[in-house]
Design a protein around this ligand. Sequence first.
Ligand code: SIN
Length: 484
Amino acid sequence: MGSNGIRRYGLYIGGRWVAAAGAEVFPVHNPATGEVVGEVADARAADAVQAVTAAVEAFPAWAARPAKERSEVLRRAYDLMLAHRDELAELMTREQGKPLEEARGEVQYAADFVLWNSEEAKRVYGETIPASHADKRLLALRQPVGVVAAITPWNFPAAMITRKIGPALAAGCTVIVKPAEQTPLTACRLAELFAEAGLPAGALNVVPTTRPEEVADALLADTRVRKLTFTGSTGVGKILMRKAADTVKRVSLELGGHAPFLVFDDADVERAAREVAASKFRNAGQTCVCTNRVYVHERIADAFTAALADVVRGLKVGNGLEPGVQIGPLIDGQAADKVERHVRDALAKGARLALGGQRRSDSARGVHFFEPTILCNVTDDMVIMQEETFGPVVPVQVFRTEEEAVAKANRTPYGLAAYLYTRDLSRAIRVSEQLEYGIVGVNDGLPSVAQAPFGGFKESGIGREGGKYGMEEYLEIKYVSIRL
Ligand code: SIN
């Protein structure tokens, strides 16, 4: 840490903090103030290759360590994360903008992935298979995939890293993390904590960069990297998947979403409104599972919209370090442009602004806030009903029948998360089964937890993170046939 409170990090390769090959560094800004909060080495392709070499060298010894020992290292990393919870949360709020309380929640969420996988490390079982001949024995072993490239997003600077490195390290893989250029500081601090926990040199490497394409290309072209795990947009995910195909890497992709929230006419409107707001305004709307469109039954539409407006009106927007703030800044100008474009398009096509709608930008400082916004009378032709907004805007559309609501919810190339609110148990089960989504929240706008599978249908991704499913992504199955 510099004397002015600015964090400085090199690249973390082979257990050492090193300068980038080009000796370049880049600043990290607080999106709420524009202030520089850190400075980080700027990796090039050559650095990525170095990191792969370090991960390759560390792999045999880490994979060979008894599962119990890998488990203990992860358990210590979990303890250290919680011991440093306030510090990590503040760092995260400074570089990402989310309110401090939410950042504290993210540290717990992130640490939970480490804890879960430290326990799961001990339960990677194989199988014996009945043979066809008396003199044979057949085994199915599960072994670590090998070196993993993890490309992570800015919206959860800690949890999207631990959701990947937790199971990868538990399985015996070694990892190179390329964090988002907006939020590399949390990634670097996590690397320090994992080293303090006893993770051997080279098992975890971190290569921040302002040239994500160059570094990703180097990682993907390298035949020594056996798996890509990525969280980010569907567009980038498709490009990475194509590139990973050249060396037939295993891929896990957690991509974009366009979550519908169905509010049925038997719902308790106040509770439904609170749940929609919780899902929509988490991280200022910047999560892949945030509600992106609400469908409410026509009989309760007015009451629900009024209740939602009451909840949303009370949300405080500002610098996440200030007490009481619930909605922080958007990550950058591009993000604010997109939110504004969605709102303008909807209004131009006849939507009614029930609340908010204003952008507050100081472009010179790179600071962009958007008021929590509710749009009514939205129609299917509006961009907001088709594209992921990633901002604090909730469009509300009315439906008449359950069939219509389900059909509208499913009419999208995305399939990550969907939500419904109802008191009718049969409907809850029926609709959950019909929704073409990897995650369904029934009367629950915040379903994400470390022990459950997280991932999407359709263009929202491939594979699952979390729980026992998350570990599978980092394991190969090896069949061994033994003649006695
Ligand atoms: C994401 O936005 O990608 C993750 C959200 C979550 O884990 O709930």
